[in-house]
Design a protein around this ligand. Structure first.
Ligand SMILES: [Zn+2]
Ligand SMILES: [Zn+2]
Length: 141
């Protein structure tokens, strides 16, 4: 487990600020169709757990993108704020929203088999395919 750090995320217009007590600096990129449709590209997801304090929560809208998770965004400026798992309540926040970003490291790519041919990263990371992710989560239930 990497050292968890405190950080603050903010939307573009500043109406929503999210204090996160335990940011995991090793973040995951998700290439699935839902994430790419949501953000127009892959989702750079930072695991933030549940110790999260949202300021300006009245400006947050949530969309239930699947039966296991929802996606939150700022209703004033449209910034994508989080992907949240219903079961754990754990937040995943896009890496670009954090003010102190220098310690982040891209270490994993999810749904690598669903990554389209029109982009790729030069940085090599661990990857998981759809089948590997399904097997992993089934084994945890
Ligand atoms: Zn905003
Ligand atoms: Zn995804």
């Amino acid at each position: 487990m990497p050292a968890l750090i405190k950080n603050e995320a903010s939307c573009l217009c500043g109406s929503v600020k999210i204090d996160v007590a335990n940011v995991n600096p090793k973040f995951t990129v998700c290439h699935c169709e839902t994430c790419r449709n949501w953000g127009g590209g892959p989702f750079f997801a930072v695991q933030c757990g549940t110790d999260v304090n949202i300021k300006g929560a009245e400006n947050v809208k949530e969309y239930n993108s699947s039966f296991w998770a929802s996606r939150g965004f700022c209703s004033l400026c449209g910034t994508h704020l989080f992907y949240r798992l219903n079961q754990t309540g754990g937040y995943n926040i896009p890496v670009g929203l954090f003010s102190k970003g220098n310690d982040f490291v891209m270490t994993m790519q999810y749904f690598s088999d669903r990554r389209p041919d029109y982009y790729c990263f030069s940085k090599q990371t661990e990857e998981m395919t759809t089948a590997e992710i399904k097997a992993y989560f089934v084994s945890k239930v």
